[in-house]
Design a binder for this molecule. Structure first.
Ligand SMILES: *[C@@H]1O[C@H](CO)[C@@H](O)[C@H](O)[C@H]1NC(C)=O
Length: 433
């Protein structure tokens, strides 16, 4: 079966103009038909002019450009793989649908769940926001441990409905998202597509599922935006996002509130703080600094006004994974069924950080030591296009309620990252552009 993900429920949409009714009229009432024909032509010309005009839309690019793809799914063999991947193999295990499973955090969480005997099914659209071959390599890694990743988009309700028909997921780990702060100025529609439309599409299926799953999903530390109170606590204000990315994540938190309130869905949002580690995302500074230092290219290090330090609460992937599993394990059941709420359900939000911000210049020094190469530093003023000066998590809530205890410092974590990076890119086959 083949499905265009953004037109899942309106298969007849594009056939309207060729309706047999129109042809019928053309034959029997030719003068009226001519008038109708020319009216349509005229309307069509106006429409063409309108859509070609550069000022016709606020978005410079097609927002769903990356998702206009056809995915193959369905059939008995496919269903068998889905079932087998999602099968629970331990006592008290859970079955989890992991969206964004070929992503950085998605891959690590999927592998960890599978290791302890839970059922895991991945879902990913393998878009090309960054080198898809890295996603394919993560997919191969998961495949070896028995995790199947379905290829498709979270806005494809037909596919999502099918997955819930085949498997009665107890939990959804929703990690699919359009990430990145500066890319939002290039392709704003992509953030709306994945982080808002995609989240709503997923919640719609979850609320109708029987039983409803409990949902844990990735929010972001970026929701703290221009907040200056440190450390960032969950009760601090989050109504001053500094990027469209942050705004869509904040919107997600409000949407989560709505679905919890109306349908009794159990929802837990996790505000990740600068996650790094092996199999990481090439669009993040620690990753492309490593690449550029090795190539002898100069790297841009931002500083704030008056030589202010830019710092991040870097959090190692293994610590984040433990936080995700803690959130899944403490999630209460959703209370609704068949789209109806039966009683109040759990609604939570947690910071998952490391509680020790490190200046970006220190990150570079650590990389220089690990790579045994001096970086060409190009100090630049922090642009006002989304990045904030520092992040610092208060994690006492996650420690108390999820048993979350990060224990990897930046030095240790980067050492593991660099070891992975060198081995992954050393065989010459994979270009790290
Ligand atoms: C950290 O958050 C907790 C709430 O979880 C709060 O009681 C505490 O005061 C916060 N600590 C700081 C230093 O802001």
């Amino acid at each position: 079966m083949s499905h265009l993900d953004n037109t899942p429920s309106t298969p007849g949409k594009f056939k309207m103009e060729k309706s047999p009714y129109v042809h019928h009229r053309l034959r029997w009432h030719s003068s009226l038909a001519k008038l109708t024909f020319w009216s349509f032509m005229f309307l069509g010309l106006i429409l063409i002019f309108f859509f070609r005009s550069p000022s016709s839309g606020p978005l410079p690019q097609d927002p769903s450009r990356r998702s206009l793809r056809t995915y193959n799914w369905g059939g008995p063999a496919w269903e068998k793989r889905v079932r087998s991947s999602a099968r629970i193999r331990s006592r008290d295990g859970i079955s989890v649908l992991v969206t964004g499973a070929a992503g950085f955090v998605g891959t690590h969480v999927s592998a960890a769940l599978k290791r302890r005997g839970d059922g895991v099914l991945g879902l990913d659209n393998f878009n090309d926001y960054y080198d898809p071959s890295l996603k394919r390599a993560r997919q191969a890694l998961l495949e070896r441990s028995g995790v199947f990743i379905v290829e498709g988009d979270i806005t494809d309700s037909t596919l999502l409905r099918k997955l819930f028909e085949v498997v009665a997921f107890t939990h959804v780990m929703h990690l699919a998202a359009q990430a990145g702060v500066r890319y939002a100025m290039e392709n704003p529609g992509s953030y709306v597509h994945s982080n808002i439309a995609g989240f709503v599409s997923l919640l719609e299926i979850c609320k109708s599922a029987n039983p409803q799953p409990a949902i844990v999903w990735a929010s972001s530390s970026s929701v703290y935006g221009l907040n200056t109170k440190v450390p960032f606590s969950e009760s601090d204000r989050t109504d001053q996002p500094a990027s469209l990315y942050a705004a869509t994540k904040k919107a997600g938190e409000e949407i989560a509130h709505t679905y919890n309130h109306i349908y009794g869905l159990s929802l837990t949002g996790l505000r990740f703080f600068t996650v790094y580690g092996p199999w990481g995302r090439p669009d993040m500074a620690y990753f492309f600094f490593t690449r550029d230092i090795l190539k002898g290219k100069s790297i841009s290090i931002f500083e704030a006004a008056n030589h202010g330090t830019v710092a991040r609460d870097f959090t190692y992937i293994d610590d984040i994974v433990k936080g995700c599993l803690g959130a899944l394990d403490t999630a209460e059941k959703s209370t609704g069924s068949g789209g109806k709420k039966k009683g109040p359900a759990q609604l939570r939000v947690y910071n998952l950080g490391n509680t020790s911000p490190v200046p970006v210049s220190d990150l570079v020094s650590i990389l220089e030591r690990l790579l045994k190469v001096n970086a060409k530093r190009n100090i630049m003023k922090l642009p006002r296009n989304g990045d904030v000066q520092f992040t610092h998590a208060n994690i006492s809530l996650a420690r108390r309620e999820l048993g979350y205890k990060p224990k990897t410092d930046l030095q240790t974590g980067l050492k593991k990252f660099v070891r992975w990076y060198l081995s992954y890119y050393s065989d010459g086959k994979k270009a790290s552009e």
